[in-house]
Write a protein that binds this ligand. Sequence first.
Ligand code: PFF
Length: 533
Amino acid sequence: MSQSQRPRQDGWASRIGVILAVAGSAVGLGNFLRFPGNAAQNGGGAFMLPYFISLLVLGIPLCWAEWTMGRYGGRHGFNSSPGIFTAIWPHRAAKYFGAIALAIPLFIYMYYVQIEAWCLGYALNYLNGTLTDPASLRQTLQLAPTAEETKVFGEFFSRYVGSHEDGALFHPQGRSTLWVVVVAFLLNFALIYRGISKGIESFCKVAMPLMVFCALCVLVRVLTLDPPPGKPDQTVLAGLGFMWNPQPKKLLDPGTWLAAASQIFFSLSVGFGIIINYASYLKKDDDVALSGLTASSMNEFFEVCLGGLITIPAAFVFFGLALREYAGSTFNMGFIVLPNVFAQMPAGRFFGFLWFFMLFLAAITSSVSMLQPVIAFLEEGFGLRRHASATILGLITALGCGYVLYFSGETKALAEFDFWSGTLMIYVLALFQILLYGWVFGIQRGEQELHQGAHIRVPRVVQWNLKYVAPVFLLAIFGSFCWQSGKQQLVATWKDPVKFGSVLFMLVVFGFLLGMVHIAGRRWERQGKVKYE
Ligand code: PFF
């Protein structure tokens, strides 16, 4: 292929840009909705012990490994995981593992963009005042005048996302949600189409500071809330206690450790093939050690300091101990309890808008990162230009989104996609990546590569940890995860046609990706880009 035919090499325009883009991918709904629910349900303050152990043993080290391997792969002419894995492990099998790193973000995108659209839809509903006044909402929804407020917001949510019936969003009443999903979907593609620096980087540079601003405004409002009249015990401080008081007994439950490790992976966006791709656009001497640490620290700030201080304490002030009923479910907390809280809070319309708009920004900087790995693969695997890659990817994701949108009943399809891609497959990919780094790339080479152009020195123990401790820890968690919920989940999937259909859909798309990776591998061989050992 002549130079002029080759797709133009895209890349990051600035160091802060790549850090913000990685942090943008990491900071998302996981930080504000998934984390508080997880912590409250798994031992409150005690949850933070397995959480921080997972962060130190798995999260940050794997993050460094991904940054290192990604930049190494980029230097060897690859931006997609199938290519990068092959550059590190020149074996025919390596690229097929790369297919997992394409499939995970792709499947997550298919449902994540819908939750993102709900956030946008809720923000708009705050702007036009629909969600501010429970009395008129009660009327619009034709509920009994005596219906409690939680019920009113619950009903609104259920109708908004179509969880009462499959196909509900395709009825005339569901159209408004459908339109918002289409808008969110197209916005993602518009960003990805503009490319790495003009699309993802420029957007994250604006969106991240804006998110901090919105979140801080909401935080200040929450921390200065007064207890409702007649309920002097329901203070913000008691809300913090509700969330953070440790229940040490929970530490003996393997479920707590599982929840903590999955939270770390999901939240930091490690083990998804995203960082590897983003880092591949760096130059040889661009720092990865400090950048990786900075992006992870930003994520932790958003998660623990903002996510951990807003949702539950605010809800506690208005609900008190009754919150126990809702705290375990991400959607209930985010879309039913919080609107209730905003309805009772002074200037709730404004803060409700800020909150959901901030969630939307957090979500879109994450969802756009889920599209990039496949785009990069289509470009380098088939020599396609960006618009052709974006069109193909648009068609595949539209099919998946359509499936999840149609089977909206009890958000079952969404939960199934989340379980297989967002929980199970990430363990497999994370384990593969850790083994690839520790045992194939080698920790000596890894340490050297990590420190090339680095602004900090990473202690050697991190390398030993990546080789010996992290894989064992991960295997133990993964093993107990399969042991605990594997069989139960398989049976549930087998018995339910929608769940079964979701898994079938994912398998077909995965098969398709494997086929594409196979063809791309042949092409690279012919071009002399890869030489197997
Ligand atoms: N880290 C994101 C969050 O916390 O919401 C979620 C995410 C981003 C998952 C990117 C997967 C991914 F590829």
